[in-house]
Write a protein that binds this ligand. Structure first.
Ligand SMILES: [Fe+2]
Ligand SMILES: [Fe+2]
Length: 246
């Protein structure tokens, strides 16, 4: 996979989705800052790009028989369905399940480990941000993208959206992604990479594992929106608009 050495992190994650596991391990940001060249992203965190590339090679070889979903081959409508039925459903369920677990662990162990109270507050901010964020995607942006693709297929010019062009809500969503990304990074710092103290109880252990999974899923979720769905929707809208002008 030497050809990856000259690509951006975003391109690699799209071409071979399994590579995101290595990016997570090295804390290479492939969702909000995916346009960084692979070499620069490695150097930025003090890692040797060749070593990281070896890791990727090993993972892809071991995984050769597993079919990885080629999101780049999906239609926009299919991609929206995928985001809604997997990432949005998972995120909402986990917000509901993790909120009481977080409260329980913070109230039982917050005195000994005061950072748990800060963790709880950051997690609450993530939940408060994500609720309205996903609602805007579900009610406004995603339906528009699906309609855009339908209009394009049927060669219908359609009516312009109330928000001007798709770049406007996209920009807003990207800013919100960035804010959530920063909160998740702070949560990871507060917990020293979700390292459990000696003798942590089962609830404490479950909380850290699930917060780690929640973070990984959000990274993939944001990556698919920022790096695939949004640029393709902008491109398609330009095509539809220029065809309508002819
Ligand atoms: Fe989303
Ligand atoms: Fe989003």
């Amino acid at each position: 996979m030497q050809q990856f050495l000259t690509k951006t992190v975003r391109e690699i994650a799209l071409e071979a989705p399994k590579t995101t596991r290595v990016f997570e391990e090295y804390k290479i940001d492939y969702c909000c800052h995916g346009d960084t060249p692979f070499r620069d992203a490695c150097q930025r965190i003090g890692a040797d790009p060749d070593v990281v590339m070896h890791k990727i090679d090993d993972l892809l070889e071991a995984d050769e028989l597993n079919e990885s979903v080629r999101h780049t081959e999906r239609s926009l409508t299919d991609l929206v369905d995928h985001l809604l039925s997997t990432h949005h459903v998972y995120t909402k369920n986990e917000i509901e399940n993790l909120t009481p677990l977080m409260a329980k662990v913070a109230s039982r162990h917050g005195e000994h480990y005061p950072y748990l109270l800060e963790l709880k507050s950051k997690f609450q901010q993530v939940c408060d941000d994500l609720g309205p964020h996903m609602m805007k995607e579900e009610m406004v942006l995603f339906p528009y993208i699906v309609e855009l693709e339908r209009n394009h297929a049927l060669r219908i010019s359609g009516r312009g959206p109330a928000f001007g062009t798709v770049s406007n809500p996209v920009r807003m969503m990207q800013i919100e992604h960035e804010e959530v990304g920063e909160l998740l990074a702070t949560m990871r710092e507060l917990t020293n990479d979700y390292s459990l103290p000696d003798g942590a109880c089962p609830s404490f252990t479950a909380l850290y594992h699930r917060l780690g999974d929640f973070e990984r899923d959000l990274h993939e979720h944001i990556h698919l929106e920022n790096n695939l769905l949004f640029p393709r929707a902008i491109q398609l809208e330009e095509k539809v608009l220029s065809a309508a002008l002819l």
